[in-house]
Ligand binder design. Structure first.
Ligand code: ZN
Length: 647
């Protein structure tokens, strides 16, 4: 997923607040405080280093204990808890999981009050003689549900630490100008991995070299009982490691061929971009069904959480193996180069997501291309996954009200939007549809240049500069247009804007066609399609009846595509499918009914439960099974074969 930081842009709000503090004695003191998400942040250094000490010995109980020390001066002071989390593109800071907050100085507790507008700000009035704050609190890892940091991050055998969950910072300074000295204590017998550099170890506490607060948040730490560390860049000057954590030793049973393909991933990515923007890189991968499932990119590492059976079940591998390439690409596209609106100076200033079709869409494109180039997917698997994406985006009636651009503009809401009715709502479509648009761009460059140039040239020009630099290089829409123009003259502004702003009902499938393939439907699912259903424990009949049904939740209808036969019959998400043509629902019964209706031309009767009511809804669908595939179209050369060929 995900994003972050230099200074610039316009503040959406600036406010001055007065916080009211009730002292124990009953006196009321008012003090002026928090000056808002300061556009006026000057590029000044904070007075001295903070320290944060995280005790994870209670991590199996989902309790992370924190002690932080912050140098201060007497007077009004505001502490901020990170709110806008880089890569999450939204104000998703895990404030609700902070408990037990105690602030003291010189051994005496200090009163504090939360800001009345910004819940992430804590206001204090520091008496004379105070030069250092002691801040103690717990982060309670949630027991289930939630997105990103609000999902479970600790099990009896592993824990995943995002430092933004376990550290406050002083308001008014760019986070790269605040220095902090982190330390950690993990349960006995557990190992850990992080991009932070170890400084010393004593008494069970590991101290890391001081870093900026920005770099701290950019350097998550995984710890656990079962760990495997694999060198993905043997003999290379810049080290890359895969650190795998699992709930069971058996989850770490990684085959040599799987390792070889990940070694190839590093080679292919470096060949594509022609640079590296990290001193060393660590994939932090948790293969667990008991923590959240997502990826979060960083400059020198990625926080990757996915299925327990990733390495041991070929279907799960097929579905999940694209995660690491995606997050790795972000080291270049998203971390080193970042849309100006996402490059904010601290975690308080709101982010603007308008270019997420580049940040996420191009990462999705290059991530999947590299998955194929490295051999993690075969070319056929790449095409099968692309067919699923194309079919999903080609059944989105919500295009008539919401452009792709608006999905990026509204990104800060869309990760948390209900998934049901996704075709009418439109969700974070800038990932899948962004991928289609960048395929469109790549094939267009190849066509116009007679195959002499490609999007690889754009990658080298746009990301391959300043080798070794981790300083964020922000960009705007015009920079993308100019860089494409330099690779291959064309009216790229119009090309992109047409696809971003359109309300056409069909997905942008020009890249498939120019790539030598066309989207078609057959009555047989691809291996990728079956694997996707298995991983998600559901039946996806979006392209036929127009519904998705949970197998795990025994017939719960999780989605209905707007305007399909099921929609017309009155089926809605949240219903439970009880029976099909009077026979108790199973996957086999539903699929047999779809096939039978093609011959009988009789509606399929779905007996559904909606809250306390039951009804039979006749679905007039006679088209049989419809599963997406790409079929070769000889009118064009097979440019997709060229695109996924190893370099
Ligand atoms: Zn991403």
């Amino acid at each position: 997923m995900q994003s972050k930081s230099p200074i610039g842009g316009t503040s959406l709000f600036t406010w001055n607040l007065t916080a009211v503090l009730l002292l124990a004695a009953g006196a009321v003191i008012q003090f002026n405080h928090y000056a808002g998400a300061a556009e006026t942040l000057t590029d000044k250094r904070y007075m001295g280093p903070l320290s944060v000490d995280v005790d994870l010995r209670q991590a199996p109980r989902k309790i992370f204990s924190v002690h932080e020390e912050i140098p201060v001066k007497p007077g009004a002071f505001t502490l901020l808890y990170p709110k806008w989390i880089p890569g999450e593109h939204s104000p998703s800071g895990t404030l609700d999981s902070v408990t037990g907050l105690k602030i003291s100085a010189n051994g005496r507790p200090l009163p504090w009050r939360r800001d009345l507008v910004n819940m992430f700000a804590i206001n204090l009035d520091l008496p004379s003689g105070v030069s250092r704050l002691d801040v103690d609190f717990q982060f309670l890892s949630p027991a289930g549900g939630g997105e990103f940091g609000e999902s479970t991050s600790a099990t009896p055998s592993l824990a995943e630490i995002e430092w933004n969950q376990v550290a406050f910072y002083p308001a008014g300074y760019p986070v790269r100008q605040i220095t902090i000295e982190p330390s950690i204590r993990v349960p006995d017998g557990w190992q850990f991995a992080t991009a932070l550099e170890r400084k010393s170890e004593a008494g069970g506490v590991t101290h890391f070299e001081p870093v900026s607060f920005e770099q701290l948040v950019d350097s998550p730490l995984f710890t656990g009982r079962y760990v495997k560390r694999i060198d993905l860049a043997p003999s290379a000057a810049v080290p890359v490691h895969l650190n795998v954590f699992g709930d069971r030793a058996a989850n770490l049973d990684i085959k040599q061929e799987q390792i070889d393909h990940h070694v190839a991933l590093v080679k292919q990515a470096v060949a594509l971009f022609g640079s590296q923007h990290y001193a060393h890189y660590d994939f932090l991968l948790a293969v667990s069904d008991n923590t959240g499932t997502f990826g979060l990119e960083h400059h020198q590492s990625s926080d990757d959480r996915i299925f327990a059976d990733l390495f041991t079940d070929p279907d799960i591998y097929l579905v999940g193996v694209g995660l690491l390439p995606h997050e790795y690409v972000h080291s270049w596209n998203g971390k080193f180069r970042r849309p100006a609106g996402l490059a904010t100076p601290d975690y308080d200033k709101p982010m603007q997501g308008e270019l997420l079709w580049v940040y996420e869409g191009l990462t999705e494109y290059f991530g999947n291309v590299l998955t194929a180039r490295s051999g993690l997917w075969t070319p056929e698997q790449y095409r099968d996954v692309l067919a699923i994406t194309a079919a999903q985006m080609d059944h989105v009636p919500g295009r008539d009200w919401r452009s792709l651009q608006d999905t990026a503009d509204a990104a800060q809401r869309l990760y948390y939007t209900p998934r049901a009715w996704s075709s009418e709502r439109r969700l974070v479509d800038y990932y899948p549809e962004g991928e289609l648009i960048w395929l469109d761009v790549d094939t267009k460059i190849r066509e116009l240049s007679g195959n002499a140039r490609s999007l690889d040239d754009f990658a080298r020009a746009f990301y391959g500069l300043q080798n070794g630099s981790m300083k964020v290089l922000p960009y705007r829409f015009e920079d993308i247009v100019a860089a494409l123009q330099a690779v291959q003259p064309n009216d790229w502004r119009a090309f992109l804007r047409q696809r971003l702003d359109t309300h056409e009902v069909r997905a942008p499938l020009g890249g498939l066609q120019r790539g030598g393939w066309k989207l078609a439907y057959t009555d047989t699912p691809s291996a990728a399609y079956k694997a996707m259903e298995k991983a998600r424990k559901m039946l996806d009949r979006s392209d036929s009846l127009g519904i998705s049904v949970s197998i795990e939740d025994k017939g719960a209808i999780t989605n209905v595509i707007w305007g399909t036969p099921a929609f017309d019959a009155g089926v809605i998400p949240g219903m439970k499918l009880i029976a099909v043509n009077n026979e108790a629902f199973t996957a086999e019964v539903l699929d047999a009914a779809i096939v039978d209706a093609m011959k009988s031309h009789k509606p399929i009767d779905l007996l559904v439960n909606n809250v306390s009511t039951y009804s039979t809804l006749p679905v007039a669908y006679y088209g049989g099974q419809q599963y997406p595939h790409l079929l070769r179209a000889d009118t064009e050369p097979d440019r997709i074969a060229d695109i996924v060929k190893a370099k």
